[in-house]
Design a protein around this ligand. Structure first.
Ligand SMILES: Nc1nc2c(ncn2[C@@H]2O[C@H](COP(=O)(O)OP(=O)(O)OP(=O)(O)O)[C@@H](O)[C@H]2O)c(=O)[nH]1
Length: 253
């Protein structure tokens, strides 16, 4: 007889990585999944995906990560894969100011094809190649923060796939922001549920469970929160000011 808890099921989330050709999307994915870096990558044609398991704040996730082709000529090949996404990483390169300008187009393209609510979707802005010397930098951190604020995007992080800096952190940030958005959606549903219009017939609505860990998102997970205590402080803090602060490292690969 044992009182051990049954192993927790993994929640499957779809993550899509977007950004101009050459900003380092494939390098980011390869570093995160395989901890490898290749200097001479071929351009991605269409899309490629890889899975990665990760435990964040005690919760198990399988991330299905879609690396998309940044070149315009592959647009028609990549856009069908946006639908069903749970998290979107918008990438630019620190030595390429045009790639930052491109983020508006990438976000719009994603919103067009993914059919999500732009204010309730976890976008993470990722500035890659922060290993480069200061004289090569064309994109200032504060300028990106300003752009994020205008777009109501709460999360921005600088990474280096080459030097393995902040790569896992970028995905963890995405997960935490996803969790935060789920909690907000759950709170809204709860609020709606608390208001009963007595003049209308009562219909039973199946609600998404969020903070307790089940259902929700496009991931279709059904597991329960391991602690059984709903969300935690790390997740609750994910929403507002995540710009300058490095995410806490409570994760396990
Ligand atoms: N210095 C530096 N160079 C990087 C880094 N990540 C990628 N690169 C370089 O940028 C090149 C392009 O990286 P990719 O990962 O292929 O870029 P991509 O965004 O996937 O490009 P597309 O497939 O065309 O969309 C690589 O061959 C590397 O030389 C990084 O963190 N630092």
């Amino acid at each position: 007889m044992t009182n051990m808890r049954p192993p927790q099921k993994s929640k499957l989330l779809k993550v899509v990585i977007l950004g101009d050709g050459g900003v380092g999307k494939s390098a980011l994915l390869t570093r995160f999944v395989s901890n490898r870096y290749e200097e001479n990558n071929f351009h991605t044609i269409g899309v490629e995906f890889m899975n990665k398991d990760i435990v964040v704040d005690g919760e198990r996730f399988t991330l299905q990560i879609w690396d998309t082709a940044g070149q315009e000529r592959f647009r028609a090949l990549r856009t069908p894969f946006y639908r069903g996404s749970d998290i979107c990483l918008l990438c630019y390169a620190l030595d390429d100011r045009d790639s930052l300008k491109g983020l508006t187009l990438w976000r719009n393209e994603f919103l067009n094809y993914a059919d999500v609510d732009q204010d309730k979707f976890p976008f993470i802005v990722v500035g890659n190649k922060n290993d480069l010397p200061a004289q090569k930098r064309q994109v200032n951190f504060e300028v990106v923060q300003q752009w994020c604020a205008e777009q109501k995007i709460a999360c921005h992080i600088e990474t280096s796939s080459k030097a393995a800096t902040n790569v896992t952190e970028a995905f963890v940030l995405g997960l935490r922001q996803w969790r935060h958005m789920e909690c907000v959606a759950e709170a809204e549903l709860r609020q709606q549920g608390d208001t009963i219009d007595l003049t209308r017939p009562i219909r039973l609505v199946q609600r998404r469970i969020c903070c307790t860990g089940g259902g929700g998102g496009g991931g279709g997970g059904q597991d329960k929160d391991a602690d059984g205590d709903g969300d935690d402080a790390a997740m609750r803090s994910a929403g507002n000011k995540m710009f300058a602060k490095a995410p806490a490292t409570n994760y396990r690969l």
